[in-house]
Design a protein around this ligand. Structure first.
Ligand code: NAP
Length: 335
């Protein structure tokens, strides 16, 4: 059986996921697309021989659509995910699950009421081989207990609508999720430091920012967020443990010796840096949905990440350390 997928949002990542589902992933076909930018959606629909729906709502209701990918802009996610749950359709929603913890909670409540795991959140770093290696080393006790994590998340330039708040809610949210998964524990406090801002940060954007998180067992994490670094897309993570350290590997790339220098390429964006992780994420999602389930990051993971991101925003605005109170994980989501 081929899984018939509808994709809402045909912008940068939506189009990339449509390409991925069509040319890389086995067992799925994109049968429907939708975007408020109808002209672009129509071109994509023509290219991939899919039906173009005028609205995301119509796409979700369409009988030929078995499962949905939400890749529209952040504030529209919650509405589409809730509607997909109402129609008992599987939905892979790009991060963030919603722009507020309240909306994430509505999704969690709706999924629990449906008594079926339907939602997966697009936290694809969990599928990256490098992060998986770190997790295996930590779980095998090879560096003792992790004590500190030093992380970097840099983009060459921000998107046109990027804001100071989005640096955390839309970007650092990847670290918030993957580090929680890596360490297997929730966060206790958040703090945000604002260093001198880059002169290249426009429209009042505060950039860079340093996010400081403390986990419930006391592990300290620092994350540099710098969306204007100019030189490339650069993600780093070092875990310092009791008896050793481990560092996230960069994807393999050729080392060039030329003109008196030894160099290797740094990717320019996320779509190349994490291409393998996205491919694995989507293949596993399709395979799981065809077995009437989902196995990746849950709505609860999306909710907890949003609570943490909200605490970071509050910490930045107040200039204080903000305690994070995590709700008890319902049995429905307990692993
Ligand atoms: P984008 O290029 O701006 O594409 C978003 C598309 O959604 C645009 O065509 C936009 O139309 C459309 N749209 C806006 N509101 C809509 C609505 N209510 N219904 C249907 N379509 C709507 O942005 P992007 O970079 O592809 O990002 C899309 C989503 O993916 C975001 O939530 C982002 O956080 C996420 N993302 C995740 C990753 C990852 O690493 N997992 C990477 C990149 C992006 P207009 O342009 O006319 O507004």
């Amino acid at each position: 059986m081929t899984l018939h997928v509808g994709v809402i949002g045909t912008g940068a990542i939506g189009e990339d996921h449509i390409r991925r589902l069509t040319t890389v992933i086995t067992g799925a076909k994109v049968v429907a697309v939708s975007d408020i930018n109808m002209d672009h959606a129509k071109k994509i629909a023509e290219k991939y021989e899919a039906t173009c729906y005028a609205t995301g709502e119509e796409l979700i209701e369409a009988p030929e659509v078995d499962a949905i990918v939400v890749a529209s802009w952040d504030p529209s996610h919650a509405h589409y995910v809730l509607l997909a749950i109402k129609f008992r359709k599987f939905v892979l929603c790009e991060k963030p699950l919603a722009t507020s913890a309240e909306d994430c909670k509505k999704i969690v409540d709706a999924e629990i009421a449906a008594q079926k795991h339907l939602v997966q959140v697009g936290f694809m770093r969990r599928f990256d081989r490098g992060y998986q290696q770190l997790k295996t080393i930590i779980e095998n006790g090879k560096i003792g207990d992790p004590l500190m994590l030093h992380c970097v998340h840099r983009n060459p330039i921000p998107g046109p609508k990027h804001t100071t708040e989005m640096s955390i809610k839309n970007s650092v949210i990847h670290e918030i999720d993957v580090l929680r998964w890596l360490l297997g524990e929730d966060y206790k406090t958040a703090q945000v430091l604002l260093p001198k801002s880059s002169r290249l940060a426009e429209n009042g954007l505060r950039d860079p920012q340093i996010v400081l998180l403390e986990t419930q067992s006391g592990v300290r994490i620092d994350i540099e967020s710098f969306v204007n670094c100019q030189y490339g897309y650069d993600v780093q993570c070092e875990v310092v443990g009791e008896t050793g350290t481990i560092r996230l590997p960069d994807p393999a790339t050729a080392i060039m010796r030329s003109q008196g220098a030894r160099s290797y390429e740094i990717f320019s964006d996320w779509s190349d840096r994490f291409i393998e992780a996205y491919d694995i994420e989507f293949q596993q999602w399709v395979d799981a949905v065809k077995q009437d389930t989902v196995k990746g990051p849950t709505a609860w993971d999306g909710y907890v990440a949003c609570i943490t991101a909200d605490a970071c925003t509050e910490a930045r605005e107040k200039g204080t350390i903000v305690p994070i109170t995590m709700p008890t994980c319902p049995d429905f989501y307990a692993k």
